[in-house]
Write a protein that binds this ligand. Sequence first.
Ligand SMILES: NC(=O)c1ccc[n+]([C@@H]2O[C@H](COP(=O)([O-])OP(=O)(O)OC[C@H]3O[C@@H](n4cnc5c(N)ncnc54)[C@H](O)[C@@H]3O)[C@@H](O)[C@H]2O)c1
Length: 484
Amino acid sequence: MAFERVGVVGLGTMGAGIAEVFARAGLRVLGVEADAEALARGRSLLEKSTARALDKGRLTAQEREAILGRVTLTTSREDLREADLVVEAIPEHLELKLRLFADLDRICKPETVLATNTSSLPVTAIAAATGRPGRVVGLHFFNPAPVMRLVEVVRTVLSDPGVVGAVEGLAERLGKTAVTVGDRAGFVANRLLLPYLNHAAVLLELGVATRDGIDAVMRQGAGLPMGPFELLDLIGLDTAYEIMEVLYDETRDRRHAPSPLLRELVTAGRLGRKSQGGFYTGEPPQPQDARSSGVRTFDVAGPGADELAGRLDAAGFKRSGEAADVVLRLGDRPVVEHAVRLRDPAKLVGVRLHGDRVAELAVTALTSQEAVAAASDLMKVLGITPVPCKDRAGFVADALLLPYLNDAVRMYDAGYASVADIDTAMRLGCGYPAGPFETLEAMGLERVRDGLRALYAEYREPAFAPAPLLDQLVVAGASAFPRS
Ligand SMILES: NC(=O)c1ccc[n+]([C@@H]2O[C@H](COP(=O)([O-])OP(=O)(O)OC[C@H]3O[C@@H](n4cnc5c(N)ncnc54)[C@H](O)[C@@H]3O)[C@@H](O)[C@H]2O)c1
C-alpha cells in the first residue's frame, strides 16, 4: 500500500501544517477547503510557515519552492477521487465529520484510506459512517504539525491491520514517531494531559494556591515546560473544555467533568491566547519585594533543617528557637500537627523545597499573615520562588503530578498502551522532559504510592487511590515498570 497522492481536507491550524508535513516528505498533496476565502487563508498559513522555516535556515529557498510546488489547493472535494490517503482536519464536530466521511466514501476510489485528525471524537463512529470501515483510522498530529514529532495512530475494532501497518509506515516516512492505540476518548496524550489541567483549575478554584503559584510550582518545581494555566491559554480554554466533555461522556469520572471555572471563562469569551486572554490577561507581574516583612529571626525543623539554617544564617538571619519571627517545618506532608505543638502555632509555615528554584509554603488554618510574609522573604533572599499554598495533602506539586502518574499506570495496566508508548506520547506530544513512567521511577515507586495514599485519605477521590499495579510493584520491591 503506497501513499503518494494524499488529500488534506480543512487547511486551518492543523490541516495546513499536515499538508506541509506531507509535502516536505515528497508526497503530492491536494488541499481542500470549504470556500475561496478559507482556501486563501490556508495558502497563506502554508506560505508563512515555510517562510519561517526558510528564515530559520531549516529550509533552503529551493526546498521551499519544491514543497509549495507539491501542494495543489482546491475547493472541490470531487478532486480527491484518485487520492491514496485523505486526512480530515475540519472542526471538531461529529456531525460535520460524519457527513464529510460519507461524502469521501462516495467520492474516493475503493482503496483510498481515510483518516481523521480528531483529538477526541470516536473514530469508530466516523469509520461506521462509511462503507469501508476497515480503511478508516485516526491519524492524530500535534500542534504545530511540522514541529511536533508524535502522531497517534488510532485503530478501531473495525480497522484492517494492513491499513494500520501502512499508516504507521507512512508516519515513519514523515519523520514522525507513531504510537498506535485503540479508540478511547483522548487517546494517550490528551487522556493524561487534560485531567491534570482540569485538576489545576479545580485547585485554583478551591484556593489551594494562586494561578501564578501553581504555574511556578509546575514549571520550576516539576520541571514542565509550562504551567497548567499557561498551557490552557495556549491550547484554548474552549478546546480544553470540549475535550473534557468528551472524556467525561466516556468515563463518567467526575475528575473529567470540566471545572466550573473553565466553563465560566469560556462563557465569558476568555478563551486564552486566541481571544482577550484566558487565565492570563496580560497584566504585569506583581513586584517581588524581598524583606518587606522585616523578618530577622527564624527556627527550622524537619529533614534538611540544619542545611537550610546554615544558608539563612549566612544570609544574616538568626536561628532563635520558638521565639523566632517564623518557624519553618521542612517536608512534603501537611504541617498543622506540628503547629499545634508550638506555643504560638500562628508562626509555623511548612516548607517543601524543590531544589533551589521554588518552595511550596504550607499555610495552616492557624498560620498568621506575618509568618507567611516572613517565610516568603526568607526564601526570596535565598533566590527561591515562594509559593504559599493551603496545608493540604500533596500541596500543589504532588496533588497535580501524582494522580497523573497514577492515571498512566492504570492506562498501562488496562492494556491500552505500553510503558514505552505512554512515555513517548507524553514526551513528544506534550514536550514533557520525561514520560510518566520515567518520572515515577525517578521519584521512587514507594514515594509515589505513599503520596497517592495521602491524597486519597484527604480528598477521598477514588481515582487518587494508588493503582493496584503500583501497589503490587512496591510490595514486590520493584523499582521499575516492565518494559518488554
Ligand atoms: N488545534 C490543535 O491544537 C489540534 C491538535 C490536534 C488535533 N486537532 C484537531 O484537528 C481538527 C482541526 O482543528 P484545527 O484547530 O485545525 O481547526 P481550524 O478551525 O483551525 O481549521 C478547520 C478548517 O477546516 C475548514 N473547513 C470547515 N469545514 C470544511 C469542509 N466541509 N471542507 C473543507 N474544509 C472545511 C475551515 O475553513 C478551517 O480552515 C479538529 O478535529 C481538532 O480536534 C487540533
